[in-house]
Design a binder for this molecule. Structure first.
Ligand code: EPZ
Length: 427
């Protein structure tokens, strides 16, 4: 267990490199194992525990996965042999369920533990399972596992009941090697879906329409390994923009695709932040004090649910009251922790009403989930005094070199490892 210690009150200044997109990496690393010829060499893969977990799951299934000395990730799917994914590994991270699409496409058989709920609500995979069945798999749910079989998946016309990134990704992976054509209606349009389609087409897949609500996938016989560099992480970029905004800072973010952040940028400009783009750099200059702004989270290109928590944190010190409506998940548990720092937030069902306060004060707080951790760190950077974020290892799931990047921008932040209390010997 680790604790992040932050002494607040310093404006962030300088420039920082944004890493590769975690949610693109998780999809593309799995899809790379679809290749039966050669190997995939993946660049810009962020270091983090979620990426490590997906690599371990692939290795457990027989796939060769390794980093070279330039930290490029090599994936050789030819040796994929095991059709049952390990519960101990899958339980750590929901995106592990992408292994079901891979196993069905490659081996015609998959036994994958159903992902449980998580800190941001119950996150069923019923759309994924329905899609596999529509692609011709015999699916049985028993003992907490999805067991599915199909000699070869057959293309189908699938309507996904609501915009779902994971379902779109899992079915694209499964349908790439199916017999015939699959159409995914009401598909998710997130940049990570587009990144996956570009990657798969480079391997020899035939996918059209990614980024729109209708994706057409013509199944092919086999896919071959390629070199590929994944897109930058729009959520990390948004997180650093908000950290700059709340601390009255002036920061240049490097390696950013501004189009992926169109709505968050509009919202931050409404709050008084000056954002100027030059190529793949974004300069973020904060006002002395932010103005309160209303937000509703929506599927892409709307305001991303993963920036809801960092945004609410920034609004705690804004002038006025902001209303934040969360339409995707149930992810307000972190609000109790912000209140302990002096925030004035009321939550009613899926809405947070954030009344700006003159200041926040540091406090010991609990990190409940990845983006909650980011939100609490953002609040701590602007709070008076010391904040201790317990469970900070959760932040490592999706932010590469988090405290190092913040420290390089002038933040007073460091990490302490806590011995497991159970190991404490009472003399
Ligand atoms: C992906 O989760 C991301 N994770 C999430 O990021 C992100 O918040 C989410 O998409 C929304 O953008 C990864 O990419 C690994 P969904 P996912 O399927 O795929 C419901 C982070 O912090 N649904 O788009 O799980 C679901 O409950 C994480 O990086 C079903 O009902 O999200 C939700 O209400 C958090 N049945 C909505 O759809 C299903 O079978 C959208 O979920 C699937 C989803």
């Amino acid at each position: 267990m680790s604790v992040l210690i932050i002494e607040g009150g310093r404006p962030l200044r300088g420039s920082v490199d944004i890493s590769g997109a975690k949610n693109s990496a998780l999809a593309i690393v799995v899809a790379a194992a679809l290749a039966t010829e050669g190997e995939c060499v993946l660049d810009n893969i962020p270091q983090g525990s979620d990426v490590n977990t997906i690599c371990q799951i692939l290795q457990d299934l027989g796939v060769e996965v390794w980093y070279d000395d330039q930290r490029r990730l090599h994936v050789r799917g030819e040796t994929l042999s095991k059709h049952k994914a390990s519960y101990e590994l899958v339980r750590r991270m929901r995106a592990s369920f992408y292994s079901a699409g891979l196993l069905l496409a490659r081996l015609g058989k998959a036994e994958v533990p159903l992902p449980g709920g998580c800190a941001i609500g119950s996150r069923p995979v019923d759309f994924h399972i329905k899609g596999f069945a529509q692609l011709g798999a015999e699916v049985v749910i028993e003992h907490g596992y999805m067991k599915a079989e199909a000699t070869r998946l057959k293309g189908a016309h699938i309507y996904i009941n609501r915009s779902s990134v994971g379902t779109t990704i899992n079915l694209m992976i499964a349908a790439s090697l199916a017999e015939g054509t699959t159409v995914l209606e009401n598909a998710a349009k997130e940049p990570e879906v587009v990144d996956l389609a570009i990657f798969l087409n480079g391997m020899g897949a035939k996918i059209r329409g990614a980024g729109t609500e209708s994706i057409r996938i013509e199944g092919v016989e086999k896919l071959r390994g390629i070199e590929y560099s994944i897109i930058p992480d729009r959520i990390e970029a948004g997180t650093f923009m908000l950290a700059t905004a709340i601390t009255g800072g002036d920061v240049v973010l490097r390696n950013v695709v501004a189009e992926h952040l169109r709505v968050p940028i509009v919202k931050m400009e409404e709050a008084g932040v000056r954002v100027t783009r030059s190529g793949t750099e974004l300069r973020v200059v904060a006002p002395r004090r932010l103005k309160a702004v209303d937000v509703e989270t929506l599927p892409y290109p709307g305001f991303p649910t993963d920036l809801q928590q960092p945004f609410v944190a920034a609004m705690c010190l804004a002038d006025g009251t902001s209303v934040v409506r969360e339409t995707i998940f149930d992810r307000f548990r972190y609000v109790d922790e912000l209140r302990r720092m002096g925030a004035d937030i009321k939550t009613e069902q899926n809405t947070a009403i954030v009344r700006g306060v003159p200041q926040l004060t540091g406090a010991p707080v609990e990190v409940t989930d990845l983006r909650a951790g980011a939100a609490l760190a953002i609040a701590a950077l602007a709070a008076q005094g010391r904040t201790e974020l317990y469970g900070a290892e959760i932040i490592d799931r999706g932010y590469e070199f988090f405290e190092e990047k913040l420290r390089s921008l002038g933040a007073n932040i460091y990490r302490e490892q806590l011995t497991n209390p159970r190991e404490l010997v009472i003399k």
